[in-house]
Write a protein of this length. Structure first.
Length: 324
């Protein structure tokens, strides 16, 4: 956000609504109106559309290496066919073109000989991981812009953080896969009749949704170059991004299904363009959630960072050290 729109720490409180809020739910409607107004302005000022486009480009380069890394690691401890089974749970919320591309890649990787998967996990995993972290690095840059931070860390440190975040996200995906496979199986064998069947059908989406919120929250907290925000100041944006991603995915799925002109326009490139546009929309809602979190922090004078409360100007985060 434009630094001229922020009051620095040495300015006295102006009595604006929400200045003493220590939790987002303590914000009044007047404070929320100011926050949402700045979020709307921030879409243009922080160039969210351009950043999302860059993230989408790197996302296209990263998504298939990330899938390869996920299957390679998962295949060491469990049946990699579970990945394909779990993918079916996401079919209703993914655009058809995107789902088909991902499904084909997953099927090709699973069909590879086990020795090849093992070789990839031992010898080529580092290269695959290096490619997969490209999308995370782009999102890290976007987080710094939204939160008003300048990342002065060395390239080695930036790369190390992006790799660790990528590994963390792969670990979350593996845990989610185990849960998606195991929980419905247990429910099917429980003696709760029809309710067990309903829960078995709904549980995979709930688990995947929870995993998405967790990943987005971790991105908000650890990706930008700043003192980590308290969970309460990232949860609102993470929930908004997760719901927004679901709505965007469903909307794009309906659009691609009902407007055949899309494929006629792009021809054989239709699937790639569909994937690119879906990644763009997904990145945009994630950045929008971060923008909301940043503006919420700018609305209050309370310390929004972790650790003991510190005065403004000593908190190690631009949005925590300033008020809008």
């Amino acid at each position: 956000m434009d630094r001229s729109a922020h009051k620095t720490a040495d300015k006295a409180s102006d009595g604006a609504p929400g200045r003493d809020a220590s939790h987002p739910n303590q914000m009044s409607w007047a404070a929320w109106r100011q926050v949402l107004g700045r979020v709307w302005q921030g879409i243009t000022i922080d160039h969210l559309s351009i950043i999302a486009a860059g993230v989408a480009f790197f996302g296209v380069l990263a998504i298939f290496p990330a899938i390869a890394a996920l299957i390679a690691v998962y295949g060491l401890v469990a049946d990699p066919h579970h990945v394909a089974e779990t993918l079916d749970a996401a079919r209703p919320v993914l655009p058809a073109e995107v789902f088909v591309m991902i499904e084909e890649q997953v099927d090709a990787l699973i069909a590879a000989p086990q020795a090849k998967l093992g070789f990839a996990s031992v010898v080529s995993f580092a290269l695959v991981l290096w490619s997969a972290r490209a999308g995370v690095s782009a999102l890290m840059e976007g987080m710094n812009i939204v939160y008003g931070e300048v990342d002065d860390r060395s390239l080695v440190v930036q790369y190390a953080i992006s790799v660790m975040l990528t590994l963390g996200f792969i670990a979350v995906a593996i845990i989610a896969l185990f849960a998606v496979v195991a929980v419905p199986t247990v429910l099917h064998f429980t003696d709760i009749g029809v309710i067990g069947g309903v829960l078995a059908g709904v549980t995979p989406l709930v688990i995947l949704g929870t995993a998405i919120i967790f990943v987005i929250g971790a991105l908000y907290r650890y990706a930008p170059r700043r003192a980590p925000a308290r969970k309460r100041w990232i949860t609102v944006g993470a929930a908004l991004a997760a719901v927004g991603w679901l709505l965007v995915s469903v909307a794009l799925s309906a659009y691609f299904a009902r407007f055949p002109e899309f494929n006629r326009t792009y021809g054989s490139l239709g699937a790639i363009v569909g994937l690119l546009f879906w990644l763009y929309a997904s990145a945009f809602v994630v950045l929008l959630g971060a923008e909301l979190n940043a503006q919420l922090e700018l609305q209050t004078e309370a310390d929004t960072t972790t650790g003991r409360p510190r005065p403004m100007g000593e908190r190690g985060a631009h949005v925590a050290d300033h008020v809008a």
